[in-house]
Design a protein around this ligand. Structure first.
Ligand code: OGA
Ligand code: NI
Length: 347
């Protein structure tokens, strides 16, 4: 008898039905025919113009996107195209490695700082998701790089360079977002303690019955801000005005989304918006999100300058560690983790 498969990639080669533990109850399925196309509904912002005469216009665009959609796309972001194609290539090669090679990185413990796993949290969830993922902590690089895979052979070098470049981009975005809130340019960066940066490589295999399951069900990101890179296969959907909108991939752009910590810092001016990943029957899909976050000991709460008589503090102060533990333990429930940190909440 063969041993049970730990990873979806190894389980699904050749199956023509979704195994029962991946099937969602009828009330909780993606309803793929009711999805709108994103053309125009997720702003595309030219970051190249941030340091020119149109600076204040770009800051305004960023602020409006953070307020209204919680999502925007960026072009002229300064990350070289070759670096983008290299990182996607490394991710693809990693998930094509032989099972025994991939399994060297396997763990189902969310507290591990480098791990390959599947679904979301196999220890706590009832229904599994159609996804395998490699998750890495990547700031400060030298603290974590020695834990990373060494196969493909250029993994550490290429991924390390990518992380450093994306961090530079995030710091520029944080200055712009601080400015858009009327705060000092370094305000947000200064709230994050020593800062943290995680990254995932998500692998969504083709799925014989995509209408029954999710790659990732609707969730908000628990971190501060997410920088998502994806290949040319659609799958990401964002909830806008109560409707799921499919984001069509645009080559060499990144998708930026506001996470829960930004919603707290901005005292609800900026929105951490529900999004999900759906799968399809023809093609594998790869996405590479960078999750920028406070360090575990950083204390997060609404910015004082955004609190007044008309705008009382909506959240209490908490450490990022406290938030992050709750996020991983409660599963990807649609009700937002943020609600548990409201100033008025008793839980
Ligand atoms: C995530 C996420 C979307 C995607 O990993 O948090 O939302 O398209 N991913 O893979
Ligand atoms: Ni997400």
């Amino acid at each position: 008898m063969s041993t049970p498969k730990l990873l979806l990639t190894d389980l699904v080669s050749g199956v023509n039905h979704v195994p029962s533990n991946y099937i969602r109850p009828i009330s909780d399925r993606p309803n793929l025919t009711h999805v709108q196309s994103s053309d125009g509904s997720i702003p595309l912002i030219d970051l190249g113009a941030l340091h020119g005469p149109n600076h204040s216009q770009i800051i305004k665009q960023i602020g409006l996107a953070c307020q209204n959609e919680g999502f925007f796309q960026i072009k002229n972001h300064g990350i070289p195209e070759t670096m983008i194609s290299n990182i996607m290539k490394i991710a693809r090669e990693f998930f094509r490695l032989p099972e025994e090679e991939r399994l060297k990185s396997y763990s189902d413990d969310p507290s591990k700082t480098t791990r390959l796993s599947t679904s979301f949290n196999v220890k706590t969830e009832k229904v599994s998701n159609w996804r395998d993922f490699l998750r890495l902590h990547c700031y400060p690089l030298e603290d974590y790089m020695q834990e990373w895979p060494t196969n493909p052979p250029s993994f550490r070098k290429e991924v390390g360079e990518y992380c450093t470049n994306v961090r530079g981009l995030v710091l520029r975005l944080l200055e712009a977002i601080s400015e858009s809130l009327g705060l000092g340019r370094n305000y947000i960066s200064n709230q994050l303690g020593k800062h943290g940066q995680h990254m995932a490589m998500n692998y969504y295999p083709p799925c014989p019955q995509p209408e029954l399951t999710y790659g990732l069900p609707g969730h908000t990101d628990p971190n501060l801000i997410t920088i998502l890179l994806q290949d040319d296969v659609p799958g990401l959907q964002v909830l806008i005005d109560g409707k799921w909108v499919a984001v069509n991939p645009i080559p060499n752009t990144f998708i930026i989304n506001i996470g829960d910590q930004m919603q707290v810092l901005s005292n609800d001016r900026y929105k951490s918006v529900l999004h999900r990943a759906v799968v399809n029957s023809n093609k594998e899909r790869i996405s590479v999100p960078t999750f920028y976050c406070p360090s575990s000991d950083a204390v997060i709460g609404p910015a004082r300058e955004l609190i007044d008589g008309e705008h009382p503090a909506i959240y209490r102060n908490f450490t990022y560690q406290e938030y992050y533990d709750k996020f991983w333990n409660r599963g990807l429930a649609t009700k937002c983790c943020l609600d548990m940190f409201r100033a008025s909440s008793t839980t």
